[in-house]
Design a protein around this ligand. Sequence first.
Ligand SMILES: Nc1ncnc2c1ncn2[C@@H]1O[C@H](COP(=O)(O)OP(=O)(O)OP(=O)(O)O)[C@@H](O)[C@H]1O
Length: 444
Amino acid sequence: MDKVLIIDDERQLRGLLARIIGLEGYEVIQAENCAAGLRQLERTRPEVVLCDVKLPDGNGVDLVGRIKAIAPDAEVILLTAYGNIPDGVQAIKNGAFDYITKGDDNPKIIPLLSRAMEKAKAQRKSAAGRQPETAPSFEAVIGSSKAMRDAVELARKVAATDTSVLLTGETGTGKEVFAQAIHREGGRRGKAFVAVNCSAFAKDLLESELFGHRAGAFTGAAKDKKGLFEEADGGTIFLDEIGEMPIDLQAKLLRVLESGEFLKIGETKPRKVDMRVIAATNRDLPEEIRTGNFREDLYYRLSVFQIRLPSLQERPSDIDEYVRHFAGIFAGKMGKKIDAVDPGYLDLLKRHAWRGNVRELRNVVERSMIMAEGTTLRVGDLPIEFQRENGSDGNDAPPTSLDAIEKQHIAKILSYTGGNKTETARLLGIGVTTLYRKIDEYGL
Ligand SMILES: Nc1ncnc2c1ncn2[C@@H]1O[C@H](COP(=O)(O)OP(=O)(O)OP(=O)(O)O)[C@@H](O)[C@H]1O
């Protein structure tokens, strides 16, 4: 969904704007000051930012440059005070899309927003074809356990070829990180890397996303649409969660892979496509074949070279390294300094089951960093469930009940996300409904 970030400290006005914009079908993210705004910008990558001029910790006109430095393809609309044209003009000089007078211009906001959105999306699309310099290669793959080194070695070998690769492994084990590294180290580096999550679309939608369509090919196809195969031409297509692809679409995909041609929906002449395919799954595909959910012929085609990514539980020795790596990343973002990790902290992590693997560990470190007060990560900074799991109440936290710690924890994360419930729930690893219940329960 197209995202809009509103940075404004006036809660009521922000809420009103969020409602108006939300009704247009945009996903709205809110932040109450510059610092929270920049954090949300990095995390949620909105296409458009609406930003007030006067913010408690800075000035919106100056913020434009910082926003563009972090997200060059995002567009910024400044909300200026009535009659303050110089602010607006300066904002445009700093790279803003436009400015609008706060309060008075509500009817103008949506059309302006929609133009900014179109521009941002067009920029993002053309940027997607280029490979950013920061795209991960194998240097970005962390983990020196034997299991991880073996996986990297295999991936490096296959990267040099043009073979199809099937990455298997539990959720959060780094399949996308590997797919990008393989692309970036191979002969197609510098060309498009197009990632598609097969489970994120309804069946018909996935087909038209992949193949593209001509205007009028079906009801609702108002304009010609380029498909992802076409976008990936010359580069790599990463088919994530391939096990979720509907069986009849699997047959169509197989035909494309075998013939190197595809038929755009609504066209009669096939188009040629030259793309490397990397697929990933956390399902047991041979079992899916047995139960009739996955085509055997497609499996053989995709799994010419298979790499299994080890779960975190199979390599607890890597946990230290991840903690230090992620703590370094978040320290930079949060402006904190962490130079030590308590052995007790690492001990608790090593005993955890890590069903969400590295993704879950990354979230836990991020949450700990929000809680951390000194320069050492301690048991008391860990999410409450770790302390519960281990019958500890955070031995270095002030003596208090687990409920009180939980309340404090949620409050801290809510303030870190600027009150964004979806983001807070993600960091807490709970559902949004549960979060609302807890907010209610604790009177937050
Ligand atoms: N070896 C690794 N080194 C550094 N970061 C990693 C590694 N593995 C995973 N991560 C981080 O963990 C998160 C999840 O990784 P990724 O999306 O690649 O997992 P996945 O296996 O594709 O998950 P899913 O099956 O749910 O799509 C990302 O933030 C990624 O940067």
